[in-house]
Design a protein around this ligand. Sequence first.
Ligand code: UGA
Length: 434
Amino acid sequence: MKIAVIGTGYVGLVSGTCFAEWGHEVVCVDKNSDKIAGLKKGRLPIYEPDLDKMVARNHAAGRLSFTCDLVAAVTNAQVVFIAVGTPSRPGQGDADLSFVYMAAREMAPFLAEGAIVAVKSTVPVGTGDAVEKIIAHIRPYGSFSVASNPEFLREGVAIGDFLQPDRVVIGIEDGRARAVMAALYEGSLGATPLVFTDRRTSELIKYASNAFLATKITFINELADLCEKVGSNVGELALGIGLDRRIGTRFLNAGPGYGGSCFPKDTLALLRTAQDYGVVLRIVEETIVANEARKRKMALKVIEAVGGDVDGLTVAVLGLTFKPDTDDMREAPSVPLIETLQRYGAVVRAYDPVGTENAARLLEEVTLLDDPYECVRDADAVVVMTEWDSIRRIDLSRLRRLVRAPVLIDLRNAFEPGAASAAGFHVSVIGHRS
Ligand code: UGA
């Protein structure tokens, strides 16, 4: 099938590359000519494990190409995916849809007869209807369909999530488009369920999924606080409840609060939609408030661990990105933690295996290092913020010899229980007494 993908961010680039991997002929379009020039040379705008190899393989095979020429890309495509960004509007919280609507306007005159425009960007309920109106207005006699096909991939494991998803959701309003969308996925996905629904339900499924997962994480984070007080163990508690298949063990890792480009933005946007329709989503509201408060509270945990005052102390932060295997710093809990510690007078040094370039744009007066041992030299406290493999594998005895004071605050429970204490650290962890 001939496919065009508008937008080469996470969703667009991963989807386009994976469709090519399945044998489709894919053209990825972006307005940013530097990005396109880089992609043509195999230089990716994002860090995602193995994506570079998959891009190179499909590019060389002629199934995957990159262009700034939207008209040429759209003219022959049977399916055009819109995968542009939908950032939060500052101060508003709702999704900014200007890139989605711009893409619809620009492609409308050039769509092939019978083409399907499938919206992969995360968009509020009713966006598909608006896209349909925009296109119909520009080409009143053309035949086309607009589908919603939200993406559920996670950064860091995006390829696996795309190629072996739990389900594919397709919101569609006509039978012909349904058959084309089914053909696009069915051949490659085997037994994976395709959930066909109407467009509005499909759009809401995406937000409901992210809000549910954010709530699940927030629930276990709050239980972790209780575990610390009553002397229980949150890891074992999560296993104990999660093995009930109605609950499920995944997304029950307590930590410093969720971050990233999706959960914070999408929970806010869902709230805005609910407000617009006069509905109160109290659980989602509380999740947002609790998560924000938690991110800040983590700094106080560090201060408590060093005896109540960090003024003049050196704190080494291990891991900066919002989770491992990505260079993404958006809404990373490390940022409010570091800023709060600095406000209390701490001097901060930080290590991340790939995130330091993005971190440098957000953080001021932090010494950024790409070696964890160099980072902890003469530190008065070490804080684990992201559970990168390179951090989990750290030689704790060597770490102990380098620090000034042996205080370790492990906000991801990254180390085996007891390992850091055995190496001589005073340890503070999440959700149990260390
Ligand atoms: C999330 C969803 O998981 C994807 O399904 C969705 O497609 C994506 O948003 C999106 O809407 O584009 P992502 O933001 O890449 O994916 O990352 P997650 O793996 O979901 O992690 C989000 C945050 O939650 C991270 O800060 C992570 O550390 C935290 N988290 C996750 C926990 O604190 N505990 C957990 O058990 C799981």
